[in-house]
Design a protein around this ligand. Sequence first.
Ligand code: RI2
Length: 313
Amino acid sequence: MERPAIKQLLKTANRIRSMEIRGAGLIARAAAGAIRDYALDLETSSLDEFNSEVKKAAQILLNTRPTAVSLSNAVQMVTRYKAESVEDARISITSNADRFIEESQKAIELIGTIGSRRIRDGDTLLTHCNSMAAISVINTAFKAGRDIEVIATESRPRNQGLLTISIFEELGVPTTFIVDSAVRSVMNEVDLVVVGADVITANGSLVNKIGTAQIALIAHEARTSFMVAAETYKFSPKTILGELVTIEERSPEEVLPKSSDFKNIKVRNPAFDVTPHHYIDLICTEIGAIPPVMSYLIIKEKLGWELGQQANI
Ligand code: RI2
């Protein structure tokens, strides 16, 4: 029989994999909480066994969403401890996890404050998918009394745009809902695109929900500004060493429910795409709004990247 600690961790991992828990920030917080609870419940007095079990648990969580660097940064931050005993290790993991959860929630607010300064009265904003950081930027501007409108995309195949319009409906933000392929048709009415991030690479490129790159290209062609709202833990240290970001390919059934009825048709379902840095005007983080070329500094100064440490991440 599975022990309760691992049972709970596997449950969280499944909820992340199935996207019941989703959004780069939320999955990172869920993973931090899951490791903390696992460490608290782990029954052993051997530090070596404890360390190796925590490592295994971390790996289970990391395997759930292969693109999300928020997961690996969160796991890294939570499991960075030096301990002489199991009790020491539990205390460190608990305080690391609680700190990560609290700071990552605070980061969303700070990004809202910083990003909203770029939004003017009368602006129309376009957003894609469902990003808490992007919504915070828009909502902070709205709450500050700016007269704004939002255009939200459907975000096929999982239709996370529905989550976004539910939030804006609740907040009272005037919102128009469009299918993904209508982006070019409305872009001339848009002043600023605001999207979230799953990963920011060392050169400032963005990995975000599939369709983001097309929107950025269209914004560029229409000379519409493009802003990314991203907490610093969405920046990827591994990309400094040239590692490419793995793009998660999800089940064909999300795109074509009865895809197995077709014998000769292959359905592909990449969940994310890459927007080159030269289509991005600004990245708003909790420690400031930066041009994409400054991404390396965030990785070095804020995430504390050091040569040598990298290979283990
Ligand atoms: P926040 C989401 O990924 C979307 O791509 C969204 O833009 C990004 O995470 C960031 O979301 P998914 O989990 O962390 O829906 O800003 O695949 O909420």
